[in-house]
Design a protein around this ligand. Structure first.
Ligand code: BJW
Length: 230
């Protein structure tokens, strides 16, 4: 049975109304990466970082999954082989679109993490630098997301899945952030077929055997239909 690994990025949630990072008008044109997406930025100004993630958490709660999220949930249910959905996204639109086994390699807007003791819990709608950790009471709480210089989550699941994949598909990701940006090349070297589904060619488009360009809500359901009817 064909083993499929799917990697998704901000582009799959764009048509739901969530901003991407590197497109024109994207999050990195409005916020400095080093201020809001590094441990050093958080140490300098935790309030600014909490405000950035509080606003994104509120936005993510207001929007709905689109046809691309729903199509991947259908693939997960109906494909007779294994399907692993790895997302770099911190929203929960895959789950709300019906997917069950989603691996959030860059964490989640809906999680809180204590920098002092490592305890994790469900994030309140608004987080604040003075919030005490429910386990150790330290005022050291942060969003449970993976910033630059930190190790992504789930590597112990991701690495073996990439090694065993027959088909690797990247959806809505620009191919600028590692380790995710290296996955297509890695899988292809091990003999998997690689497919890019993105609005435009990504930075690593040469690592893909097949490329389809267009909005995710159109090209992902069409691709899923083809896979399930093959
Ligand atoms: C559509 C669409 C539509 C639009 N339909 N498509 C030098 C060389 C190599 C690596 C490094 C280096 N220096 C440092 C590094 C490592 C560093 C890194 O990659 N830096 C690069 C900038 C070079 N990486 C790290 O530090 C990572 N950790 C790490 O490497 O640890 C070491 C280690 C790894 C493994 C094992 C052991 C050790 C951590 C990276 C953390 C990234 N964090 C962020 C922010 C936190 C989460 C959040 O706030 O949301 O994660 S950055 C940001 O970028 C976010 C995203 O998940 C990530 C990827 O962005 P994505 O999803 O690709 O979005 P965009 O906007 O870039 O692209 C959107 C795409 O969609 C575009 O192509 C559009 O065309 C398309 N699109 N509309 C279809 N409708």
């Amino acid at each position: 049975m064909e083993k499929i690994v799917i990697l998704t990025g901000a582009g799959i949630s764009a048509e739901s109304g969530l901003s991407t990072f590197r497109d024109e008008g994207g999050l990195w044109s409005q916020h400095a990466i080093e201020d809001v997406a590094t441990p050093e930025g958080f140490a300098r100004n935790p309030r600014l970082v909490h405000d950035f993630y509080n606003a994104r958490r509120a936005n993510a709660g207001r929007v709905k999954p689109n046809a691309a999220h729903q199509a991947l949930a259908r693939l997960e249910t109906e494909h007779p082989g294994e399907v692993l959905i790895i997302t770099q996204n911190v929203d929960n639109l895959h789950e709300r679109g019906g997917a069950r086994g989603v691996l959030h390699m860059h964490g989640s807007l809906f999680g809180a993490l204590c920098n002092a003791c490592g305890h994790r819990w469900e994030a309140p709608p608004r987080m604040h630098p003075d919030d005490p950790c429910p386990a150790c009471a330290a005022a050291a709480t942060r969003p449970d997301v993976v910033w630059f210089g930190e190790i992504p989550y789930g590597m112990e699941v991701i690495d073996p899945a990439l090694n065993a994949a027959d088909l690797f598909v990247a959806i809505g990701t620009s191919g600028n952030v590692y380790p995710a940006a290296a996955y297509a090349q890695h899988c292809r070297r091990l003999g998997a077929r690689t497919v890019e589904l993105n609005l435009e060619p990504s930075a690593n488009t040469r690592d893909f055997d097949e490329r389809r360009h267009g909005p995710a809500s159109r090209i992902v359901p069409a691709w899923v239909n083809e896979v399930l009817s093959a």
